[in-house]
Design a protein around this ligand. Structure first.
Ligand SMILES: C[S@@+](CC[C@H](N)C(=O)[O-])C[C@H]1O[C@@H](n2cnc3c(N)ncnc32)[C@H](O)[C@@H]1O
Length: 242
């Protein structure tokens, strides 16, 4: 559907009728050829914005999928890179992708982001393209888990897009997608949770602050500007308050 090597419409439909975890298991072999994988442009802009923080010693890519964000962590010079995801299929694809010989081999861990099996050991936690899989009522648990695995002074960083202008094509596409998912989940079990509209900066910032983070943002200017000049995408930097 997205490219000749990407998933077919039928494969996407079967995936969408599965649970979130099983859906990603099914999509995994073709995932890197879909627009759901975070683009190199967003990864590069994030990496550049994080570089002034200095290289982390240990770093985690939360909901790593096939490993898009682990490349950012290796590029930043992390000595230990961990990717965590609950889809065994996505992790199998990640494992099959060799890093460059001079880069650390990531450690791939299968776990639910709402129950992370780590202590307070990471200087940096990043996450890309996965927050739509968590309902707003799950954010306190999710952000609490991130806080629990960050070392003192550690940073949780992720890009967040500005909401599209009301009535724009992107706005209507997102609204339509959201409505279709709500209808699907009202009629069908297991649920496939993928709601991207609620994940907006003001609500996310408030939830992070309630979880004990100090929050700042950096404009990712390389990713373009909205008609009013504001950045299309920002990097959220949530620092664990100690
Ligand atoms: C759209 S993909 C993004 C993958 C990758 N971060 C990227 O940017 O290409 C979302 C990923 O989140 C994972 N995921 C969703 N909910 C999760 C959860 N509760 N715990 C762990 N992983 C989860 C899925 O398995 C999937 O690999």
């Amino acid at each position: 559907m997205f490219s000749p090597q990407g998933p077919t419409l039928r494969e996407l439909a079967v995936q969408a009728l599965s649970s979130t975890e099983r859906g990603y298991d099914l999509l995994a072999p073709a995932f890197d050829r879909t627009p759901f994988r975070t683009s190199e442009r967003v990864l590069a802009a994030t990496a550049e914005a994080l570089a002034p923080l200095g290289p982390p010693v240990t770093a985690l890519d939360l909901c790593c999928g096939t490993g898009a964000g682990t490349g950012v962590l290796r590029w930043l010079g992390a000595e230990r890179v961990v990717g965590v995801d609950f889809s065994a299929g996505m992790l199998a694809v990640a494992r099959a992708t060799e890093p460059a010989p001079w880069e650390p081999e990531p450690v791939w861990v299968r776990a639910d982001a709402r129950r992370l099996p780590f202590g307070p050991e990471f200087d940096l936690v990043v996450s890309f393209g996965a927050f739509g899989h968590f309902l707003p009522r799950e954010w306190p648990v999710l952000f609490g888990q991130v806080s629990a695995v960050l070392a003192p002074g550690g940073v949780f960083a992720f890009p967040i897009a500005a909401p599209p202008p009301v009535g724009s094509r992107t706005y209507l596409t997102l609204a339509g997608f959201d409505a279709a998912m709500r209808l699907r989940n009202a009629l069908w079990r297991p649920r496939f949770v993928m709601y991207y509209r609620p994940f907006q900066l003001s609500a996310v910032r408030a939830a992070l602050e309630r979880a004990g983070f100090g929050v700042s943002t950096l404009p990712l200017t390389g990713l373009g500007a909205r008609p009013d000049g504001s950045p299309r995408c920002r990097l959220v930097l949530a620092r664990r308050a100690d």
